[in-house]
Write a protein that binds this ligand. Sequence first.
Ligand code: TYD
Ligand code: MG
Length: 466
Amino acid sequence: MKSPKEVYVCSQCDFQSPKWYGQCPSCHAWNTFQKETYQPAVSGTIKSGQRAVSREKAVPFSEMESVDCPRMLTGIGELDRVLGGGLVPGSAVLLAGEPGIGKSTLLMQLCGRAGQAYKILYISGEESRGQLKLRAKRLGVDGSDVLVLTETDVDAAIAEYDRISPDVVIVDSIQTMVSDGSASSAGSTTQVRECASRFIRCAKADGVAVIMVGHVNKEGGIAGPKVLEHMVDAVLSFEGERSQSYRIVRAVKNRYGSTNEIGVFEMTDTGLSEVDNPSEMLLAGRPTGVSGTCAVCTMEGTRPIIVEIQALVTPTSYPAPRRVADGIDYNRMCLLLAVLEKRLGLRFSSSDVYLNVVGGLRIDEPAADAAIALALCSSIKDIPVPHDMIVVGEVGLSGEVRAVSFARERAKEAVRVGFAKAALPKRGLARHPVDVEGCSLYPLGGVYDLLVLLSKGVPKKKDKEL
Ligand code: TYD
Ligand code: MG
């Protein structure tokens, strides 16, 4: 047996070097090098000059048998949707998210729902049995047959796994697992890689579905080596503001389904509850006849969601006006304000501007530009946007409104939720006509057309009528 060797590993890109660097020569990240110890493999029996014999023969596609991919339903519809129709036996899923976002809660609810149909082993390295029982009681799943193991040693966990032979294994979290074979501390790149590969090997060999919880680092990326994301079949990211009750599970990678699909949940005092119609939930209690609010339809994966954007523009009393954006990129807001000021002559430079996306959702899509711009125009002019209208379009620096994808799907969702008007980019309509029953179209060529929309506005309500 050879003696253990030391190596420095970049925690971002997995670059290895015998000496320490302040900046990684490969990915140029700073302070990412960690010392790790590994056991060099004993060299094989093949001598130089000899060739190994492949045990598997290459076969053409035409001779390969297709296997249908059965699904194990988790019982949580929104999670099944993100997974592409349920868990696949023999697959490994990584569920990553900020601390306290609800990863353990979601998985425990999964145990409660799927525990009857499948044998589930829940390996927890983070919480004691007492804590788990308390949470299970709170979620109403303490009566289920799920087998719980509080263990951080991967060898002991796998020995127990072999004894039980479950259908589903949940590892909460992969960063707490340690393997004796590797001398570095828990959560280090080598440990995470080693432990994850042990579980993934079990998944592939025995046709078991493995779900691993992954921590995220300060920058929001998944902690541990990037190779972890390559090793698993699906990466789900759990997002949301801890102060808000909405949670979104997003598929970042999925070998068995489409990516960018999302599942929407609401955190309640009895756990996460599924939200089937996010648009309706986000629009509930929307005020009518007030200036500064505009509805937009954004695409979250393949699912259109209607959200309300609110703007408040008030005369400033500061030398440098205030700009506050919540749920929208700050620089995007500044860009839109500059475009509106230059192209429409609206005097935002002497006003404070506050922007908010209702419900705590974050909109990254440029297709929301036109709605943000219209909410701003509506507020500065104090004219309400027609209440039953959604506005979609990307605004360019010359003030033109550019085409967006999925215009038809957005209009359809608008009609489903009760909207009757859709302002869409003129440029896209020529190539992809939108013919949705019950939806009148308002083509947008440039930002000037937004002012035209406002002239069709409904009479403003008096403040006491709100
Ligand atoms: P948890 O699942 O422990 O987060 P993670 O495993 O991602 O770190 O979630 C903990 C948070 O969820 C905690 O702040 C309390 C909240 N919570 C509820 O609001 N309702 C509930 O029923 C449960 C179990 C947790
Ligand atoms: Mg947890």
